[in-house]
Design a protein around this ligand. Structure first.
Ligand code: HEC
Length: 297
């Protein structure tokens, strides 16, 4: 096999091994970055929902929600759904959802006050999961949606004593709330029972697709660098080694076949090949001199 072919094969094998290792590590790195990015987004959404709930409880309710008394107290009742944390967080995320349809927030309940909050099958499973495992305070998973894979984070919502004012019986709830929501749903919650789950969903496929595209671009770039390097090294090998060595081999063949009168090989530089050419020329000259001496005798 020719030297150039040998060299090219060795280069392709070594470069291929390096490329596979680089590909393996960069693929897992890009994928794990994409996953981290998706998880971070979901966590930030969850924290935003909690912040919105807190803002409603600490600032909105004291500012606009006058004390709500039950019917039996015969006092003026004023009920604003805007003071309900679940309402505030859901409404805020509905505005966000208009701009980013793949991002989704829900306070899914098994027996909701507002029918839009009713848990669908997979959300029901999450709530039941929280009911069966009281110590579980966060749950993450992936699911397929019509727009692609999405990651969801869920937290349990427990009914505290203060919640039962509106969620125990219709009689205890503010009349204006009953007028608005009716008496059929959202009641009968028990203290400390997991009644709902806060669920945020963020798209998982887009960052993964981006990571895959980046990976393809990186591999194409590395392959191009490899191909250009191979061509460049081949040219250098031909000019510096293969061409002078072939000339040397050709001359050696001519001399071995008795054609002594061939011109000397050009010799430039001080590299190993030049030293070899110079030595060959010296040997050629000595051989010529020896032959001449032999001819004279
Ligand atoms: C002043 C009455 C009131 C109090 C107190 C109250 N809620 Fe609600 N809650 C409501 C109303 C009204 C809704 C429906 C809001 C809407 O239209 O989205 C609601 C909705 C919810 C939802 C969404 C599911 C559903 O039922 O539609 C959750 C979860 C929830 N409340 C949990 C709680 C918890 C936990 C507490 C106690 C920390 C609490 N609520 C206290 C009135 C109240």
């Amino acid at each position: 096999m020719k030297l150039l072919a040998k060299f090219s094969i060795i280069f392709v094998v070594v470069f291929g091994l390096g490329l596979s290792a680089a590909g393996y590590f960069s693929y897992s790195l890009l994928q794990s970055h994409a996953r981290e990015m998706v998880e971070d987004r979901a966590k930030i959404m969850m924290e935003t929902a909690l912040a919105m709930r807190r803002y409603t409880i600490e600032q909105v309710k004291p500012a606009i929600g006058k004390p709500v008394f039950s019917k039996s107290d015969m006092t003026q009742e004023t009920f604003h759904p805007e003071t309900v944390p679940a309402y505030a967080a859901t409404e805020m995320f509905n505005y966000l959802h208009e701009k980013f349809p793949d991002y989704f927030y829900k306070e899914a309940a098994l027996n909701p006050t507002n029918p839009r909050d009713r848990a669908v099958d997979w959300e029901e499973d999450i709530i039941n999961n929280f009911r069966n495992q009281p110590k579980l305070d966060m749950f993450a998973g992936e699911r397929m949606t019509p727009t692609g894979k999405s990651l969801y984070l869920a937290r349990p919502l427990r009914a505290g004593a203060s919640c039962l004012e509106c969620h125990s019986t219709p009689a205890a709830a503010p009349a204006e709330m009953i007028e608005r929501y009716g008496t059929a749903n959202g009641f009968g919650w028990k203290e400390d029972e997991v009644i709902a789950a806060q669920i945020v969903s963020v798209p998982a496929s887009l960052p993964v697709e981006m990571a895959n595209r980046e990976f393809r671009q990186l591999m194409t770039l590395l392959l191009s660098v490899g191909a250009v390097t191979l061509v460049f090294l081949n040219v250098v090998l031909v000019v510096l080694v293969i061409r002078p060595v072939s000339q040397l081999a050709h001359s050696a063949e001519e001399i071995s076949e008795g054609r002594m009168d061939i011109p000397e090989l050009p010799c430039r530089g001080k590299c190993e090949i030049s030293m070899l050419v110079a030595a060959f020329n010296r040997m050629h000259r000595s051989l010529l001199a020896a032959m001449k001496m032999l001819d004279k005798q």
